[in-house]
Ligand binder design. Structure first.
Ligand code: GTB
Length: 216
């Protein structure tokens, strides 16, 4: 059955792979599932056809036969449940990998998203300069905890899993800020994720659509 995902017609990041279709592409590549991509404009995302797929008018969405999903956590969990490669067979190890998926989305990603909010969405507010250090502190606190848990392991819990795919994807959003470099073990962890052939294929596929044309 054909899998179709949606992605930005032109990602605002110009091909850095930070939009959330990249993590879904990565999961699809890890489990070896071919997929098609329907590109949507910001305007089309808020129109009834897309809202029928995604109630919040966002990308990515996932269509497979009569199944439609939104939310990257749900999409990647679905892929991991139905194809080998992203979740361990042992029941307890599987539950721990799923825990890391939730931890990425519920505990690590929120303060990282606050950085985007304070710098971009609220960047023109008089209080945003005062708020920035608080947001940075919260991120550093989480990264300290995460790097303590990772220690010198390659992945969060044994073999690479959907938990690592999600955590690396979440951490990548920090790359433009430089904060990741303050945590060498996490920077190396992210680099290990990026070095995976499946990530490379996913990154190249989004870059082919989003690369900025050369200036001039
Ligand atoms: N919780 C949802 C999920 O995980 O699927 C969040 C989905 C989401 O935030 N989608 C964003 C979107 O559709 C794109 S990824 N935004 C349009 C809108 O809400 O109107 C977020 C994103 C956007 C841009 C960059 N960038 O330019 O670097 C990075 C990430």
């Amino acid at each position: 059955m054909t899998i179709t995902i949606t992605a930005f017609e032109q990602s605002p990041d110009g091909g850095k792979g930070l939009a959330r279709d990249t993590r879904v592409r990565w999961a699809l590549e890890e489990v070896g599932q071919p997929y098609e991509v329907r590109l949507v404009s910001f305007r089309a995302m808020k129109e009834p056809a897309h809202l029928g797929l995604h109630p919040f008018g966002q990308i990515p969405t996932y269509e497979e036969g009569d199944l439609t999903l939104f939310e990257t956590g749900s999409i990647i969990f679905h892929l991991a449940e139905h194809h080998p490669g992203l979740l361990p067979g042992d029941a307890n190890a599987r539950a721990r990998a799923i825990t890391w998926m939730f931890a990425s989305l519920n505990t690590v990603e929120p303060p990282i998203l606050e950085l985007v909010t304070v710098k971009i969405v609220e960047g023109d507010k008089p209080w945003s300069k005062e708020r920035l250090p608080l947001v940075l502190d919260r991120i550093r606190h989480r990264l300290n905890q995460l790097s303590a848990r990772l220690g010198d392991a390659d992945w969060l819990d044994g073999a690479f899993s959907a938990g690592d795919l999600m955590m690396v994807s979440v951490l990548l959003r920090l790359r433009p800020s430089g904060i990741l470099d303050e945590f060498p073990s996490l920077a190396a962890y992210v680099a290990r994720g990026e070095a995976r052939p499946a990530y490379q294929r996913a990154f190249a596929a989004q870059l082919a659509i989003n690369a900025q044309p050369p200036a001039g």
